[in-house]
Design a protein around this ligand. Structure first.
Ligand code: S3P
Length: 419
């Protein structure tokens, strides 16, 4: 793309939108969520809680939840989490800790191939009862019980595992503590505090005491940095111009993409930094920049796990090579993102190869537009579209409807800034 310009606002943060509905549903009183992401994933969470007997009203981008004070009802039908790992994994923690409740959880073909054992293992240690196929994949049935607190050391840095354990621990007997190898996103911890819960974090450990009630509150959802990442890459790799993205969440546990791109030479400014409730936000200003390759791994990876597809596309425009390691988690997302990125970007002429735990990208090759597939994975479709802006000729992204999972107006917004 030659020139980028404009000022945009990206839709609400997906992780925060899910949690607002979940905590609002479990709380006493009313919760009002503004800036809610009306994407398929978050709407799956809404429909699951409606089936669990919680009234949820939607008016434009505002969601009003009448909390059940922890008294969920057993649903009449299977709870369908669609494509959403956050919906199913956090629900497993909530449902397993709801005495007397029984439910069956299921999802789409992608979700049915994603590992659930990572959540079941700690919850079973807390006394949870699940039935699933031998290999711990969906569909999974849950029989709610009174659980007890545990101290758990998770082998993966996963906010979904951490959140499932903390949400179960809220109503369990005694103390619950979870430690991760690296710190994952902390939206659950921040939002629990907003709903009146007490918990402690030190290093990569979070602890809370069971038997706590939540109280409904107002939640303002910031723009999703994971959605902004595709436009940040588009702006950096444009030949000239700049882009403003207003009101983006820059929580430290999510902003690794900004640190990584700055290390590559990106000119990204964070203006008007401020707190929006318990979350930090800023207005981003991105100038088209000359990028250079860099090596990324370790604790930076969980801080940008969903943005690595956008980072990989930025690396295609950089001088020299970029290595992304310690990112094997990418293989168990909505698709195997390492495999799909390599396969589809190579079709466009990219010099990119797989590592068991990441990617190696040698930048500077011209890309040629061609037909590529998003494999039904929203972030793959968006990453390939941005690569298409950099390529000569036309790029056709097949299987692109999946963007509705996290960014329903992605195509219109891309057309707007690249016009
Ligand atoms: C999420 C956590 C991350 C992320 C996902 C959303 C969340 O997954 O990839 O898109 O909302 O907690 P893991 O916690 O499994 O790494």
């Amino acid at each position: 793309m030659d020139t980028i310009s404009g000022e945009i606002t990206v839709p609400g943060d997906k992780s925060i939108s899910h949690r607002a509905v979940m905590l609002g549903a479990m709380a006493r009183g009313t919760t009002v969520v503004k800036g809610f992401l009306m994407g398929e994933d978050c709407l799956s969470t809404v429909s699951c809680f409606r089936q669990l007997g919680v009234p949820v009203e939607i008016k434009e981008d505002t969601v009003i939840i009448t909390g059940c004070g922890g008294q969920l009802q057993s649903p009449d039908a299977v709870l369908d989490a669609g494509n959403s790992g956050t919906t199913v994994r956090l629900l497993m923690g909530i449902l397993a800790a709801s005495p007397g409740l029984s439910a069956v959880l299921d999802g789409d073909n992608s979700l049915a191939h994603r590992p659930m054992g990572r959540v079941m293992t700690p919850l079973i240690r807390m006394g949870a009862q699940f039935a699933s196929r031998e290999d711990n994949y969906l569909p999974i049935s849950v029989s709610g019980r009174q659980l007890w607190g545990i101290s758990y050391s998770s082998p993966v840095a996963s906010a979904q595992v951490k959140s499932a354990v903390l949400l179960a621990g809220l109503s369990a007997g005694g103390d619950t503590e979870i430690t991760e190898p690296f710190r994952s996103r902390d939206h659950t911890e921040r939002m629990l505090k907003a709903f009146g819960a007490k918990l402690e974090s030190h290093g990569t450990t979070v602890a809370l005491t069971g038997g706590q009630a939540l109280h409904g509150c107002q939640v303002k959802v910031p723009g999703d940095i994971s959605s902004a990442a595709f436009f940040i890459t588009a702006a950096l790799t444009a030949k000239e111009g700049s882009l403003g993205i207003k009101n983006v969440g820059i929580n430290h546990t999510r902003s690794g993409i900004i640190d990584a791109l700055r290390e590559m030479g990106a000119d990204i400014r964070l203006n008007n930094r401020r707190m929006s409730g318990y979350e930090e936000v800023a207005d981003l200003h991105i100038e088209s920049s000359d990028l250079r390759g860099a090596v990324f791994g370790g604790d930076l990876i969980p801080r940008m796990i969903d943005e690595i597809p956008a980072l990989a596309v930025a690396a295609l425009a950089a001088r020299g090579s970029t290595v992304i390691k310690d990112a094997a988690e990418l293989r168990v997302k909505e698709s195997d993102r390492i495999e799909v990125l390599v396969k589809e970007l190579r079709r466009m002429g990219a010099d990119i190869s797989e590592r068991p735990d990441g990617l190696e990208i040698r930048g500077g090759r011209r890309l040629n537009g061609t037909a590529v597939s998003g494999y039904g994975d929203h972030r793959m479709a968006m990453a390939l579209a941005v690569a298409g802006l950099m390529a000569d000729g036309e790029t056709l992204v097949k299987d692109a409807e999946s963007v509705t999972v996290s960014f329903p107006n992605f195509w219109d917004m891309l057309a707007l800034v690249s016009a």
